[in-house]
Design a protein around this ligand. Sequence first.
Ligand code: UD1
Length: 366
Amino acid sequence: MTTILLAAGGTGGHLFPAEALAHELIARGFTVELVTDERAGRFAERFPVKEIHRVRSATFASKNPVAVATSLLTLWRGFREAGALVRRLRPAVVVGFGGYPTVPPLMAAVRAGRPTIIHEQNAVMGRANRFLAPRVDKIAAGIAQEAAEPTIAAKTSVTGNPVRPAVLQAAAIPYRPAGPGETFELVVFGGSQGAAFFSDAIPQAIDRLPEDLRGRLKVTQQARAEDEARVRAFYAERGIAAEVSPFFTDMAARIGAAQLVVSRSGASTVSEIAVIGRPAILVPFPYALDHDQAANAAKIEARGGAIVAAQAELSPERLAGLIEDIAADPARAATMAAAARATGVPNAAALLADLVASMPGVGGNR
Ligand SMILES: CC(=O)N[C@H]1[C@@H](OP(=O)(O)OP(=O)(O)OC[C@H]2O[C@@H](n3ccc(=O)[nH]c3=O)[C@H](O)[C@@H]2O)O[C@H](CO)[C@@H](O)[C@@H]1O
């Protein structure tokens, strides 16, 4: 059996595209192993592999010389551990999905002469992938890369961001705009870790909606654990049907049922909204170190599939106005849904698996 080793940082944004590729590779007869870090817990629950490996890694969060030396030592240990893992598993290809925990496994694979691919989900490459990009054999991109150097661009191909099977199932359900008097399902989430901003902004906006619309709302709202009780109490006081949780494991189905999505614009979020095809108000995370979330949202916005609103300019009145405009105009909502869908790449996992299968030494060997 030919083994493919996937490496991903332990947040949803990195692990979910890796999970989508794992399903596709397993269906093609490959054995898949995953290496990640201790944060993976909840996000790797449904990852279809027998064993999840962990190797040490570190990031350079501080310029303090002692902290830098400690990080270097941890990275060196991670590199040694990853080297032992690569020798033991003998993977035909190692595929990295970004995040600092992918640096030791990818470097160990390069050192051992194994074929390597990195996948970048975002329009602007993250730091770990920027470091790895000159060293790996191939680069797959979720969307066209902004400002890629010629040597990097030459080995890059756009495959789209792989989406999990649940997203493809939700994509099979056509969008149904809510007519006057019908239930209007609003789905609010802030990426895999939640966004504190929505815990205040959404209740304040809902209080400014016309009574008729408020009365027919049904809300799914992800709220960080520290905000959960407060947000739930808001909906209970107003008598609005709502489910509130720090993490929904059935998010794809909820997006599928939504008349409108309000969310951050992390790479997987934007890809899922596009593949499923639902109107969205996207509020890019303003403080991202690595990724410009506004760039992820640019394509879907340009086609009219979403409205992008900068957090700093999004008053409760404006947010209420945006929600109300879409709810009041079902034809426009349907047009937005179709426009979003036109930007989706439902076969991204297959395209990335094709790239894996095309690497030297892989073909016909499983
Ligand atoms: C703050 C930050 O640095 N965020 C980055 C991180 O985001 P983050 O890890 O939030 O990733 P994404 O926005 O790409 O994906 C969020 C994922 O979580 C899922 N979900 C969300 C809420 C929920 O309750 N249940 C659920 O399943 C969504 O369906 C989606 O699949 O990695 C992304 C991919 O590299 C980057 O684009 C983001 O900029």
